[in-house]
Design a protein around this ligand. Structure first.
Ligand SMILES: *Cc1c(COP(=O)(O)O)cnc(C)c1O
Length: 367
């Protein structure tokens, strides 16, 4: 694989496994056994129906998903879910839904929900600059809430919940866009999980949604068809022309997870070793590298950190780029530096980054 792809630490779209890129390249010319380009195969073909059903089965296997869940593949990204969810579950409700404001992306979900119905802000990390997540004793959730919404991994700030939140008698809804299939997630404890593909499991253009059947029993029937989960379920994610290529690549990623990695438990262990390597390096740098998040809430996917000045951060980025690393600039909303170490980033790529960071620190200390 070329070095730039292997050392792509971008926050999103993220890197994809080399074997997946090779199969995707091949499929653009001809899908094995089909004689047609994946870009020109009908979404009404038997081949595509088989892609959808294998992808759905792979996700069920990877997460041990119970049978009363639907697996949906929709367009519009995670952002469309910020609206589609409250349209379906919050319109006309008297009791507010519980929302957590833990960073940039959960912040984007709030105004969209407020447009549709009452929202109760159960916790906000804004005053603290989103450097930590709430502990259980800071949280109290309403038994009357139509649902609880939170983001499992705040991609921008590098904060990740390492436990499941909320009450068992209120539907849990989670945006797992940046940590889906990166570790086991106790899917059966959530009524609704959504994750766009482009951070961890594929290219942009498709969002995976897991919905427990029961959640939709009182859903309105007057929504536009495209925005009606029940119509999408009935159409097997083929309501209108779906992004066939993006869905095919997500299928290839799930095959890679099952056959090359061995599942989400194994993926989680690999991801933990990658993150520990970088966090140890930050912690052992005598304050040269400053981790953004408090230790207990650090993300295993996005390692956000700073240097002592913006000038030194620019120098870091320039030297990293010259050494073949890409995507290390922090999100434009907060700046700083961020190494995103999604599933496709190998331990050896992370070791190379750690080597570069160690070397950069020593060279800065010497001058
Ligand atoms: C990137 C990101 C989003 C935005 O997703 P789009 O597909 O661009 O709409 C939402 N939530 C999280 C957690 C993200 O990381």
């Amino acid at each position: 694989m070329n070095k730039l792809n292997r050392l792509n630490f971008s926050g999103g779209p993220g890197a994809l496994p080399e074997s997946v890129l090779q199969q995707a390249q091949e499929a653009i010319i001809e899908v094995p056994g089909m004689g047609l380009s994946v870009l020109g195969i009908s979404h009404r073909s038997d081949w595509f129906a088989a892609v959808i059903s294998e992808l759905e089965a792979n996700i069920r296997t990877l997460l041990g998903l119970p049978n009363d869940y639907h697996v949906l593949l929709l367009q519009g990204g995670a952002t469309q879910q910020f609206s589609m969810l409250p349209m379906t579950l919050l319109r006309g409700k008297a009791h507010p839904a519980d929302y957590l404001h833990t960073g940039y992306w959960s912040g984007k979900s709030l105004p969209e929900a407020r447009r549709e119905g009452p929202v109760h802000l159960a916790w906000s990390g804004e005053a603290g600059g989103f450097r930590r997540l709430p502990s259980d004793d800071e949280l109290s959730f309403s038994a009357q809430a139509p649902y609880l919404h939170y983001v499992s991994n705040e991609t921008v700030e590098g904060l990740q919940f390492h436990r499941v939140l909320g009450r068992d008698d209120v539907p849990r809804i989670c945006d797992m866009s940046s940590d889906f299939l990166s570790r086991p997630c106790a899917a059966e404890r959530f009524s609704f999980i959504y994750a766009h593909a482009q951070k961890n499991i594929g290219p942009a253009g498709v969002t995976v949604i897991l919905i427990r059947d029961e959640l939709l029993k009182e859903a309105p029937t007057d929504l536009p068809g495209f925005l009606d989960y029940r119509m999408q379920i009935e159409a097997h994610s083929n309501y209108n022309t779906p992004p066939v290529f993006a869905i095919y690549v997500v299928l290839l990623v799930t095959r890679w997870l099952l056959n090359e990695i061995g599942g989400v438990v194994q993926m989680g262990a690999i991801n933990r070793s990658k993150a520990e390597l970088l966090y140890h390096l930050l912690d052992d740098s005598d304050g040269f590298y400053r981790g953004r998040a408090e230790a207990q809430d650090r993300s295993l996917m996005n390692v956000a950190f700073n240097l002592d000045s913006p000038e030194r951060e620019s120098q870091f980025l320039a030297e990293a780029q010259a050494a073949g690393f890409s995507g290390l600039a922090g999100h434009r909303a907060i700046g700083g530096l961020r190494a995103s170490i999604y599933n496709a980033l190998t331990l050896s790529a992370v070791e190379e980054l750690a080597g570069f960071m160690d070397d950069f620190r020593r060279r800065q200390a010497a001058c």
